[in-house]
Ligand binder design. Sequence first.
Ligand code: AP5
Length: 208
Amino acid sequence: MKLVLLGPPGSGKGTHAMWMCGEYKIPHISTGAMLREEERRNPHLYEEIRHYIDRGELVPDELIFEILKERLAESDCRDGYILDGFPRTLKQAEMLEALGGVDLAVMIDTMPELIMERVRGRRVCPQCGKGYHISQIPGGKCTDCGAEVTIRSDDKPETIRNRFDVYDRVTHPLVEHYKNEGKLARIDGSGTIGEVAAEIRALLNGGV
Ligand code: AP5
């Protein structure tokens, strides 16, 4: 099962990929998380990447392609994968075809006002990467490892606005692309996390 999760920033791609990878036994591959991980793995390269992320711009297609190519060549991707945040341009969609392709693109449709509130309230554990909404953790500590949660550097209001703009201009056309390929499924992302998860399960268990 080769899945792509599509949707604007904050639509829930990462939230749902986290349980899906356990349930469907395929890896969750988030290009955003891989890029942030470069801060620890390769600080020199991250200096270049940070320039794009902190302004809410996309990193160049060639750079993201090199990172993803290496990851998809690993043995755990043999039976499929859940791509979260890739592809983000039509060029990336073409690149993906050369790397293994897509069976289904799942678009999480959510109202802009709703996701703006979610992203503003997002907190992330700097140790284990677990994500929360601030309302879920009044003490501000990760419930898994106890670390103090932080705000992502690109969740500042002005950066969020640009990320939405980039999504509308550059990434949203992928919805039409996968529709034309007969590979698009839409999910209503406005319910609770449990409700949206149930919709995804019904879709995938109905057969990809
Ligand atoms: P990336 O990390 O991919 O960010 P994004 O696509 O903007 O997506 P988010 O992580 O913001 O949101 P999400 O949809 O995963 O929502 P989440 O589940 O966290 O990319 C960051 C940057 O890296 C990009 O801007 C770009 O610079 C670069 N980049 C990455 N990939 C690239 C690529 N392919 N090409 C070029 N550049 C690339 O949910 C958000 C919040 O809402 C959470 O707090 C969650 O708890 C909450 N929530 C989720 N669902 C619900 C619900 N149903 N009800 C209530 N709360 C909910």
